[in-house]
Design a protein around this ligand. Sequence first.
Ligand code: HEC
Length: 101
Amino acid sequence: MQIRILVVVMLMAMLAGCGRETSNVYGGDLFAITCARCHGSDLGGGIGPSLGVGSNAASLTEEQIEGVIRVGPGAMQSFDRTLSDEQIASLVTYIRSQQNP
Ligand code: HEC
């Protein structure tokens, strides 16, 4: 009985956590949650390549960066379904702003 309640509480916590993870989060905050673990909180790279000043990504067009986020090449996952158009656009704007400080 108590275990069932525990399971329900844990499920609710997980669902609440999922919702909070990305909805209504944009730009730098969204990058910190969804991208920084691979690209570094300062865009300096890690598992994924650097996206910052002087990086290959700095030479990409905004359309190309958007395409990468939607497609998710190689070891990177696709964000086409998990992020809204507005969120993806806010990431492109954020990345650009960090490449041209
Ligand atoms: C699981 C790790 C991981 C996550 C999370 C991740 N990426 Fe990536 N990303 C990669 C890897 C690995 C590559 C290189 C893919 C390849 O070309 O093989 C990459 C490539 C890129 C590139 C192209 C870089 C270049 O030089 O061509 C951009 C732009 C990019 N990611 C942006 C993002 C953004 C924005 C997010 C968050 C929405 C994100 N990534 C989340 C791993 C990740």
